[in-house]
Ligand binder design. Structure first.
Ligand code: ZN
Length: 396
């Protein structure tokens, strides 16, 4: 058994080497935390040699060393747990209890989904019917930091398994406490006073204020009815918050308003953009109409049919297609309009006597590009000529 969960602040100890198998070492007792239920293994040294992994194996705690040990079985050696990483894990782990406790206050049908401590962030999976939107996320963060500020005592004790299972207020992290549940008739219960109670075998701080600032960094949905909330503590938490504040202030400065008025201002601006887009489309449409009216005055006769041929500026082929369909067979037998959108394009509509596809083929044979369509409507694009040159060719 590891003594780490019971005495998490102790990072230095002496112990007798119980067994050595290559680079794997077990001790008479250890304060190294063995990887379990989302909390990574402690780092540190044994007898001066780096510990790269710690795992539970058949009830034993096995320390994997980076190099061959320079000590023997039966020898007394010094164990040194990496304090910085241990502290990070204690703070992260306790923070996960506090954020779960915050969830108890605002999430419906709450159940525990999972937990994991990473190098930069920690995740907690909430099983809940509540839609964890941005507002809920902000509230979870606010409540968590409030509980940190309120300096709630955190304690842990072993209670009889039956008693723990009977208590409805205890959240079960089925992975972390599995070692405690199986092969034992007691469960380790971690109590954040007045905030959260959970069965858990990890390492925790004794008071929530030791956690420091907590920042939620991400949210995702790993499965039906499950929301994964990722948060950071310590430097990544502080950095994330500073980055967000910097962005918010910069956006407010550009928008010429304060951060609190930013949502209203962006709402107003997007409304304005929508209105302008409608106005612009309307103006374009009127411009196209006027140009077509002018072109209708100067149709040409070609192969015994009346052709309306010309260039339209500022609109693409898709915006012209309906108009060309309407005009073909009405204003002229053949309507062929060119324009530029990236490259030069051609839109052709006919009354059916002239094949629209043939017109496009003729033009692409002359100027390159490609296209096609039905007998009465066709498009060509990628022409390597100016729209006016294509018009001059067709008017010829
Ligand atoms: Zn825990």
């Amino acid at each position: 058994m590891t003594r780490a969960p019971a005495e998490p602040y102790r990072t230095s100890f002496d112990a007798t080497v119980a067994a050595i198998d290559g680079r794997n070492v077990s001790l008479s007792e250890t304060y190294f935390y063995a990887e379990s239920g989302g909390q990574p293994a402690d780092r540190g040294t044994l007898g001066g040699t780096s510990v790269v992994d710690v795992q539970k194996r058949d009830g034993d705690v096995v320390h994997a060393l980076e190099t061959d040990p320079e000590f023997e079985e039966g020898e007394e050696i010094r164990g040194q747990v990496d304090e910085e990483f241990r502290t990070y894990c204690m703070r992260s782990h306790t923070a996960s209890h506090v954020i779960y406790g915050a969830g108890r206050l605002i999430l419906d049908d709450l159940g525990y989904g999972g937990f994991d401590i990473g190098e930069e962030k920690i995740r907690v999976d909430f099983q809940t019917s509540t839609d964890i939107d941005d507002g809920v996320l902000v509230e979870l963060e606010r409540l968590t930091n409030r509980a940190v500020w309120d300096s709630l005592p955190v304690s842990w004790e072993s209670v009889p398994k039956e008693e723990a299972l009977a208590r409805e207020d205890i959240a079960f992290n089925t992975k972390t406490e599995e070692g405690v549940l199986s092969g034992s008739d007691t469960v380790r219960v971690v109590d954040v006073e007045g905030w959260d109670v959970a069965a858990c075998g990890g390492t925790h701080v004794e008071n929530t204020r030791e956690i420091g600032p907590v920042t939620i960094v991400d949210r995702s949905n790993p499965g039906e009815g499950m929301t994964r909330v990722e948060f950071a503590v310590g430097p990544p938490a502080i950095r994330t918050r500073a980055d967000e504040k910097r962005s918010a202030l910069e956006a407010a400065r550009i928008a010429g308003t304060g951060v609190e008025d930013l949502p209203d201002e962006i709402d107003r601006l997007t409304g304005e953009i929508d209105a302008l887009e409608i106005e612009l489309a309307d103006a374009k449409s009127r411009l196209v109409g006027a140009t077509i009216d002018e072109l209708a005055e100067e149709t040409v006769a070609r192969n015994g049919h009346e052709w309306l041929v010309g260039t339209i500026d500022g609109v693409g082929p898709n915006e012209l297609s309906d108009r060309v369909r309407e005009l073909a067979g009405e204003t002229a037998d053949v309507v062929a309009l060119t324009g530029k959108e990236g490259s030069t394009f051609l839109v052709v509509g006919t009354d059916g006597d002239v094949e629209a596809g043939d017109v496009v083929d003729e033009v692409t044979a002359e100027f390159g590009g490609g296209g096609g369509g039905s007998p009465t409507f066709a498009q060509g694009g990628g022409l390597s000529a100016d729209p006016d040159d294509v018009v001059a060719y067709l008017r010829d």
